[in-house]
Design a protein around this ligand. Structure first.
Ligand SMILES: Cc1ncc(COP(=O)(O)O)c(C=O)c1O
Length: 379
């Protein structure tokens, strides 16, 4: 007679659910509902309706009086259309960091320009305007613009970039896709993303903030078929408008922002405390105290990202290299001009995104800390 053994407790134990690297959270349905009812009442669904106008005003209120806000379908379109509105010589080089998301390079190409990949500063992970100015003569072609990128939302030295623009004459467009929290200066045209993965998301969306009224007007026309007050198309353009439905989510998101910001700060502080025993894991300077963003990209010991990621994955903790191995490493950009990218390559080998969300729990933080401790002992 065969004996059936009861399964051991271990075989029965439910495996812990994987810990996701991101858990975006947009406004709940009830927070959006009053705005949806306004749409029903107005029967105005797109084309710069009352909700979109209100959203742009709410965004403008975060900047000095007179700042122009131009919303469009997403941050990538905002970068593309802002570059087109800047009316730059076709094909010219645009100085940009290799350490960025691929969207920055796609936008440059879509605008008929050529990304020129430069290395970043090892501390800030951003382009250094003084170093870029020194490199300008080594570009084979005229450098027609520069796009400094805020690394995962970390504020840039905007005064130094204004000085760069004044001294070199090279126009600057700031890619602060993840920088909603601290972007409040529009003296350089600045793009922010409202994607669902960002701190004050609308699902999809993005905006330009600028004190240059003519630039804003051109970008607006580019986002709506090249129309400038008539039904005549004045130049080649596209349709990148935001609908009233997206504006509804955006407005509900703005309503929740003050409280959401505190929740993000609290989650970040808890994570920082949870990892205090792991000095090999370094946060970006000011992350979760001076500024907040929706992702947590940390620096690990040199060259350890692959093995730490593999160990965390085996322990059910998901991670992501939010910027891959650097934008320049994507096949789409393989043939584009570049300067030596040693620091970018170094960052690609030691920076990973840890699980982070507005409602990260203490239990999840303990799990991240334990998994990291294990991963680091395996190095
Ligand atoms: C640096 C950077 N630029 C541009 C974008 C593009 O923004 P969107 O996803 O809204 O198109 C992103 C998106 O994450 C980004 O990280």
């Amino acid at each position: 007679m065969s004996v059936r053994h009861a399964p051991s407790r271990d075989t029965h134990a439910e495996p812990a659910a994987r810990l996701a690297v991101a858990r975006p959270r947009l406004p709940a349905a009830e927070a959006i509902l009053p705005y949806l009812q306004r749409i029903d009442g107005a029967r105005w669904y797109s084309n710069f309706g009352p909700l979109l106008t209100e959203l742009e005003q709410r965004l403008a209120d975060r900047f000095p009086v007179g700042t122009q806000i131009v919303t469009v379908a997403n941050g990538t379109q905002a970068l593309t259309l802002a570059l087109m509105a800047m009316d730059l010589p076709a094909g010219g080089h645009v100085a940009m960091p290799a350490w960025t998301f691929v969207a920055t390079a796609h936008a440059v190409l879509q605008a008929g320009l050529t990304p020129w990949f430069l290395d970043v500063d090892p501390e800030t992970w951003a382009l250094d305007p003084v170093a870029v100015a020194a490199r300008l003569p080594s570009s084979g072609r005229p450098v027609v613009a520069a796009i400094p990128v805020s690394p995962f939302g970390r504020p840039l030295d905007l005064a130094a970039w204004r000085a760069f623009r004044a001294e070199t004459g090279v126009p600057v467009l700031v890619d602060a896709a993840a920088g909603f929290d601290t972007t409040s200066d529009a003296r350089l045209p600045t793009v922010v993303s409202l994607h669902a993965t960002k701190v004050a998301g609308a699902g999809e969306g993005g905006f330009l903030a600028t004190d240059d009224h003519a630039l804003a007007e051109r970008m607006r026309a580019l986002s709506t078929f090249g129309f400038k007050g008539t039904r005549d198309s004045m130049f080649a353009a596209t349709n990148a408008k935001l609908s009233e439905y997206t504006a509804a989510v955006g407005l509900a998101s703005q309503d929740g922002w003050p409280a959401d910001r505190l929740r993000f700060l609290r989650a970040a502080q808890m994570l920082r405390i949870g990892l205090t025993g792991l000095p090999q894991v370094q946060f970006q300077a000011g992350w979760g105290s001076d500024w907040i963003t929706s992702v947590c990209s940390v620096t690990l010991p040199q060259g350890s990202a692959d093995s730490v990621e593999a160990s965390l994955a085996a322990q059910g903790v998901d991670t992501r290299r939010w910027w891959g191995l650097g934008c320049h490493a994507s096949p789409a950009f393989a043939d584009l001009p570049r300067e030596p990218l040693d620091i970018t390559d170094r960052l690609a080998g030691c920076v990973i995104g840890l699980p982070f969300s507005i409602d990260l729990t203490r239990a999840e933080i303990s799990r991240i800390a334990a998994a990291l401790r294990q991963a680091l002992t395996e190095l």
